[in-house]
Design a protein around this ligand. Structure first.
Ligand code: EPU
Length: 355
């Protein structure tokens, strides 16, 4: 029997710890529970919102006048294949538990995605990525419920239309599916390939990779390096670190055409900025760190406005220091308009606002 709770507080279900109450709330441990919940919402003629780990969600101070359906399905399967291993994980598994499981099994391909909060089912939606890896490189197939027909559908990797922080699930098909399971294809022959310069130099300075015997030990060493870097930036959720009460990066890094990038350099010169913005390779153009733009526009690390602010350890994370959603959104708008004015770039928000 699916249980529906009324007037349920939402703030503690998100890493921002913001937001009011849901009119109804339920946890779904399997597909049948999800279908029950959808039928419940339809019978009451109310909206529903699918919630994963709450690490990319901002609930309004007024809460949600509908049903919040929390994904709580579990299970990780290990399937040996001729050319590697397939891991099939339920949408409700913690993403980092899947990463740990792969590393312990000596499987490479997701080790740089260590310490990312949230659930497996959310990873394809925004094509989670960090330190030179993204889930699009290892996802084989996504299984989902089609919310129009209530039937199970499957998407092969190429059908997910992955891009930087993008897929069909947060673009043209937003709100059309509940992801129930994700299959990943991982490598058994591993020579961890560390593409991100910051991680490469961190590992080179602290770990003697060649002395490690097994694949699992090498992968574990990369994981530890990633976790150490993320912790330094308060990008690991930690109750004792007030700067981690955030959704990680609040804005996407803008990807500019060469023309737009040249224009940005002109604007920087005109605004008296002596250094040029750093750039990162991106298949789609020139990627510029939004954190750099924030700092140059005056929103430096540790900037505070009321109960919210910019993380003291990374300019791209907006943090709730005991404020409200309203304050957070106002700060985000202030940052966006300052950056449009100075650099002609409109930053796109990464976390999803539910109201
Ligand atoms: N920078 C600053 N100020 C800061 C932080 C960074 O100017 O306070 C500049 C520096 O020039 C630095 C550059 O920004 O070299 C890049 O910073 P960082 O390596 O921390 O990466 P990022 O671009 O800010 C992205 C992802 C992160 C991911 C890291 C590492 C996005 C929106 N964010 O951040 O993902 O962990 O790369 O790969 O693409 C997330 O999405 O929540 C997230 C944490």
């Amino acid at each position: 029997m699916t249980e529906f709770l009324e007037n349920f507080p939402l703030a503690n279900l998100t890493t921002f710890k913001l937001g009011g109450n849901a009119r109804y709330f339920t946890e779904c441990r399997n597909t049948d529970g999800m279908l029950d919940a959808i039928r419940f919402a339809e019978s009451k003629n109310i909206r529903y919102h699918i919630l994963g780990g709450g690490s990319n969600t901002i609930f309004s101070d007024d809460g949600f006048d509908g049903l919040v359906l929390k994904i709580a399905s579990r299970g990780i399967q290990f399937v040996r294949e001729p050319d590697g291993v397939m891991i099939v994980a339920a949408a409700g598994e913690q993403w980092d538990d899947v990463v740990k499981f792969c590393i312990r099994s000596g499987l490479g391909g997701v080790e740089c995605l260590s310490g990312i909060p949230g659930l497996v089912g959310a990873t394809p939606i925004q094509n989670v990525g960090a330190y030179g890896q993204e889930v699009a490189e290892t996802i084989l197939e996504v299984k989902a419920i089609d919310l129009l027909t209530l039937r199970t559908v499957r998407f092969r990797n190429s059908e997910c239309r992955f891009g930087y922080r993008r897929s069909r699930f947060n673009q043209e098909d937003t709100g059309k599916f509940i992801i129930t399971e994700v299959a990943f294809k991982l490598n058994t022959v591993v020579q961890p390939e560390i593409r991100y310069p910051e991680l490469r130099s961190f590992i080179a300075s602290s770990i003697e990779m060649e002395k490690l015997a097994s694949e699992a030990e090498k992968l574990e060493a990369v994981r530890n390096g990633v976790l150490a870097l993320r912790r330094k930036k308060s990008m690991v959720i930690d109750e004792s670190d007030p700067n981690s009460q955030s959704a990680g990066s609040f804005f996407k890094n803008p990807v500019l055409t060469q023309d737009k990038f040249d224009h940005l350099l002109d604007l920087c010169r005109k605004n008296g900025i002596e250094d040029s913005p750093p750039t990162f390779p991106s298949g789609e153009g020139v990627k510029v760190p939004a954190a750099w733009l924030l700092e140059k526009a005056g929103f430096h690390k540790g900037f505070r406005k009321g109960g919210v602010g910019v993380s003291a350890n990374h300019a791209l994370a907006l943090v709730n220091y005991g404020g409200t959603t309203r304050e957070l959104l106002l700060l985000a708008e202030e940052i966006q308009s300052a950056i449009v004015q100075q650099f002609g770039i409109l930053l796109e928000r990464e976390p999803v606002l539910v109201q």
